[in-house]
Design a protein around this ligand. Structure first.
Ligand code: ATP
Ligand code: MG
Length: 441
């Protein structure tokens, strides 16, 4: 196995100073999968202070990122390497270890507390790849299997349930039978896990290649972390536009969306309001009027539980709120949307609506998908041309209006808004003289 030169250097320095050093976890898995790894984590018999001293003696910057958990971070150029002292189950060693370390026991203990066999391999320069739990074979067979007794492992830390689903989605692996059974048996324990930890795994799951299969097969787990989605599981949509239940439609829409965490999360929640507003007419056709508004409210609860940032909260709830308002492609005016919600949100809204459409009855959507593509091109052209769609884009500003004799504050604000509306509707050119002529006529 070949690591980056800097990782090799760190491990060599630790070894030369009498410590054990292994690359562990995701980087070994990714190497065996032939994929580049996001980061290389190092496990070592050195305690943080010892690792710090060795590396600093060789001119390497070390940041004390998690001393309590036994972790320091070595910074070399733009690269960062976490070095963590061998850990036992749940025991975040921060004490100095006994003088004589039985390294096999130590690395074995460190590996056996890891979640899945594919994540529980280590590599050292001396010994090559250390695979104590059959991780290599599980990679070959594309299997996610808990290390040790799956039931106990999920009881120890229920977040691992979400991690199993995440790896199944991202790697396209199957979850082994006993591990799967333990996932279903223990799914309710996810209620005890902090929302932000679940959210971090959920967003990775959503951007995986296998998201459709995972959201489908593990809906009972999704129902624990987002109970608001449960009514969608069995909610039929008897109308010409749809071929799936609400949940079936939702998961196809997620999979059809670009691999962007916000868009995919918006898709997961976009129709969450449908079951609560469903009506059926005399012909037996189902309608879901105002579902976007109801859904946006329900999504607020979900997102608060996940403790997302204000930015993520605003964007997702806004996209859900407006997704129904762009159902009729022939009524969409790009500049009007730009004026209403800005460029970022408008772009995202068109992506949301496209993914939404792609999960409808395929016989019905051709024209609309084509129109939405044209609208997205139009949006790019409008942005490239620098057209005005917010007050600050106008060729006049508050000072100009003050000079014209308008009163500071409300009056100027209102006049600028009127001018913007006319400009957006192409009824007035964004030209200073023309705007002044209009304002003074
Ligand atoms: P990624 O490439 O997405 O970072 P990763 O495998 O590195 O994947 P991390 O979440 O960064 O995943 O965790 C690093 C390693 O720590 C894992 O490979 C696994 O060995 C171990 N690990 C992380 N979280 C847990 C957990 N909840 N229980 C047991 N082991 C865990
Ligand atoms: Mg990682």
């Amino acid at each position: 196995m070949k690591l980056s030169d800097n990782a090799e250097k760190i491990m060599k320095l630790l070894e030369e100073n009498g410590f054990q050093a292994y690359a562990v976890g995701g980087c070994v898995r990714d190497y065996l999968l032939g994929k580049a790894s996001a980061d290389i984590d190092i496990a070592s018999s050195a305690v943080p202070k010892e690792a710090e001293a060795v590396l600093q003696n060789h001119g390497i910057t070390v940041v004390e990122t998690g001393i309590r958990h036994g972790t320091v971070t070595a910074v070399i150029g733009s690269e960062q390497y976490e070095i963590t002292t061998f850990r036992k189950d749940g025991d975040y060693a921060d004490n100095r270890r006994p003088e004589s370390v039985d390294f096999v026991t130590d690395i074995k203990e460190d590996l056996s507390r890891r979640d899945f066999t594919v994540n529980a391999m280590a590599y050292s320069r001396k010994d090559g790849i250390l695979d104590l739990f059959g991780g290599k074979q599980d990679i070959e067979n594309r299997i996610i299997r808990a290390v040790g007794n799956p039931d106990l492992r999920f009881k120890e830390d229920a977040l691992r349930i979400m991690r199993a689903l995440r790896f199944a989605s991202v790697l396209g692996f199957k979850i082994e039978e006993d591990t799967e059974k333990a996932i279903f048996d223990n799914r309710n324990l996810l209620k005890n896990i902090a929302g932000e930890r679940i959210f971090a795994e959920l967003t990775k799951l959503l951007t995986g290649d296998n998201v459709l299969q995972v959201l489908d097969a593990y809906r009972e787990v999704i129902g624990v972390i987002i109970p608001e989605l449960k009514p969608a599981f069995s909610c039929a949509q008897n109308n010409p536009w749809h071929i799936y239940t609400v949940y079936g439609h939702i998961i196809h829409a997620v999979a059809a969306a670009p691999k962007d965490k916000i868009i995919r999360l918006a898709m997961l929640l976009h129709d969450i309001g449908k079951p609560s507003v469903k009506t059926t007419d005399e012909q037996g056709i189902d309608h879901f009027r105002t579902h976007a508004c109801a859904g946006s409210e329900l999504a607020k609860n979900v997102l608060r539980r996940f403790k997302v940032s204000n930015e993520v909260y605003d964007k997702i709830t806004t996209l859900i709120y407006y997704h129904q308002a762009v159902e009729n492609v022939d009524e969409i005016k790009v500049k009007r949307w730009l004026a209403r919600i800005g460029a970022d949100y408008t772009k995202a809204l068109f992506q949301v609506r496209t993914a939404d459409l792609l999960a409808h009855n395929p016989e019905k959507i051709g024209y609309e998908v084509k129109r939405l593509k044209e609208l997205q091109d139009e949006l790019d052209e409008i942005l490239a041309a620098g057209c005005a769609f917010k007050i600050s884009d106008l060729a006049v500003n508050g000072n100009d209006l003050l000079e014209l004799g308008f009163k500071q504050g409300k009056e100027i604000g209102e006049r600028l808004n009127t001018v913007l509306q006319l400009v957006v509707e192409d009824m007035l050119e964004n030209d200073k003289n023309k705007i002044i002529a209009y304002l003074t006529k």
